[in-house]
Design a protein around this ligand. Structure first.
Ligand SMILES: NC(=O)c1ccc[n+]([C@@H]2O[C@H](COP(=O)([O-])OP(=O)(O)OC[C@H]3O[C@@H](n4cnc5c(N)ncnc54)[C@H](O)[C@@H]3O)[C@@H](O)[C@H]2O)c1
Length: 460
């Protein structure tokens, strides 16, 4: 029996028992019973680009490398002609991958702008605290921009970028890549078709997975708000963006609670040293032991551990005293590991969002309640029910045969749209324009304020 079938049967069995006891139909059980066709997304095919968009990568790390990779996969659409990256091994990789001229190769983003404009656009893939200045400078010089999320570490800076982009008439694509993943696009199509009527309410959760959180938000680049952005923005501005996109109306008020519960000094096991490799007595029982996570069991990638020598011994030596070798209960992390956000929309519709570090799984879970039907989604299956005809359709994104790599297929599709928007000088190619992305940040910063003030209602 396949995993899916087994899972479905188990889920169905549980719900069926509940249904009989309370006399109402089990929602997921019915959803399993019919397959059918959902409304098609109404987005015209891109067509071929008139010419490749030329771009300079600022920060050839994880994301910069990824966009560079897409350029190699779609050379008629995107061409990397310059790079700024302080780490020699990453800079060299970019130069070699794209045959970049020495004159277009820089150690830091500032130097790019010492030269007259030499490409259509810049790709800002530096860390969160290094988005604002390069973007502002690029816009001043007339470049279009692909800007990683979050836009900037404060609402004021987000607004500065918007105003300058508008004043200069430049295109800024924000990498809210989930708007491009076929699963989320299908949800949008169902809502737009009117199939479930008007949206009354949304429940959405981002389960981060505890191990992912321990890397990125405890040991890693996003562990402190003053070094990056609040975790709600760094991790979940995507989700706030998705919810706002589906709702398609402005948020009126926000309230939020959150905190850091797990990866905290008070939870450090007795006798645990500051660095795992200093003979931690809890090695056998601790799933976060750094040497196991990064080397022995390879449970998480080592990209963020900076060293030109990628051998196991080199990574081990970095772990002995480096930030990724710290006990997860004794690092200098401060960002929230859980946060709930309630949103009230202008029409009276509501949304409840949860960012959760402590899960054994990843993958967003979504429930959308409409006046005529509802949606249940888990990034693979989309179950859509309509009340009048009691019809229930299950749609499986994996059965569509589409390429779902990179944020459910969002990364590559967003890159292609943005490159076309730039070469055609037509922002309508973008599903996430800067103006749209501002809404997720407006709500995100309001939620951060609310949670810091004990859940105070913030009206927008
Ligand atoms: N859209 C998404 O889903 C998504 C996913 C992950 C990360 N991100 C965002 O992308 C951004 C980059 O994340 P990442 O994981 O690629 O980080 P990274 O640390 O891997 O890459 C950042 C790169 O910037 C380089 N850099 C540092 N100082 C520089 C300077 N002065 N000039 C030029 N380059 C400099 C670093 O050496 C590094 O290689 C972050 O803002 C992050 O929040 C977005």
């Amino acid at each position: 029996m396949s995993d899916v079938t087994r899972r479905e049967l188990l889920a169905g069995a549980g719900i069926a028992a509940g249904s009989l006891a309370f006399g109402f139909p089990g929602r997921e059980l019915f959803a399993l019973q019919e397959n059918g066709v959902l409304p098609a997304p109404n987005r015209p095919a891109l067509g071929a680009a008139p010419r490749p968009c030329t771009a300079i990568i600022l920060g050839h790390g994880g994301r910069g490398g990824l966009y560079g990779y897409y350029a190699t996969q779609m050379p008629d659409t995107l061409k990397i002609v310059g790079v700024a990256e302080p780490l020699e091994y990453r800079r060299t990789a970019c130069v070699n991958n794209h045959k970049i001229e020495a004159a277009n190769t820089f150690t830091t983003w500032e130097h790019v702008f010492d030269r007259p404009k030499f490409a259509d656009a810049v790709i800002v893939t530096t860390q969160d605290r290094m988005h604002y200045e390069p973007t502002m400078r690029a816009l001043e010089m007339g470049y279009d921009v692909l800007l990683e999320k979050p836009i900037a570490p404060s609402w004021k800076e987000c607004n500065d970028i918007l105003k300058l982009a508008q004043a200069k008439g430049r295109i800024v694509g924000v990498c809210h890549v989930l708007r491009y993943s076929p699963f989320n696009v299908q949800i949008k199509a169902v809502i737009e078709s009117g199939m479930i009527g008007d949206v009354v309410s949304v429940q959405h959760i981002e389960p981060i997975w505890h191990l992912h959180f321990s890397h990125s938000y405890v040991r890693g680049p996003w562990r402190r708000e003053d070094l990056a952005t609040p975790s709600l923005l760094a991790k979940s501005c995507h989700d706030l963006d998705l919810i706002n996109w589906w709702m398609d109306e402005p948020v009126k008020a926000v309230s939020s609670f959150g905190g850091l519960r797990t990866f905290h000094k008070r939870n450090a096991p007795a006798g645990a040293p500051r660095f795992c490799m200093d003979g931690c007595p809890h090695r056998e029982s601790c799933i976060y032991h750094a040497e196991d996570v990064y080397v022995n069991k390879k449970r998480w990638g080592t990209h963020h551990i900076e060293t030109p020598d990628r051998s196991e011994e080199s990574i081990r030596s970095k772990l002995r005293r480096g930030q990724y070798g710290q006990c997860v209960y004794q690092a200098d992390n401060t960002v929230n590991d859980h946060q709930v956000v309630n949103m009230l929309y202008r029409s009276g519709a509501t949304a409840a969002f949860s960012m959760e570090a402590m899960t054994s799984y990843g993958g967003r879970r979504t429930r959308i309640m409409g006046t005529k039907g509802d949606i249940v989604g888990d990034e693979r299956y989309l179950d859509v029910a309509t009340f009048n005809d009691e019809k229930r359709i299950r749609w499986d994104v994996e059965a569509t045969g589409q390429d779902l790599s990179g944020h459910g297929g969002g990364d590559q599709r967003m890159t292609a749209d943005w490159a076309q928007a730039v070469v055609r000088n037509d922002p309508s190619f973008l599903v996430t324009k800067l103006e749209d992305a501002m809404e997720s940040h407006r709500v995100g910063y309001a939620a951060v304020t609310s949670s810091k003030e004990g859940g105070r209602l913030v009206t927008l």
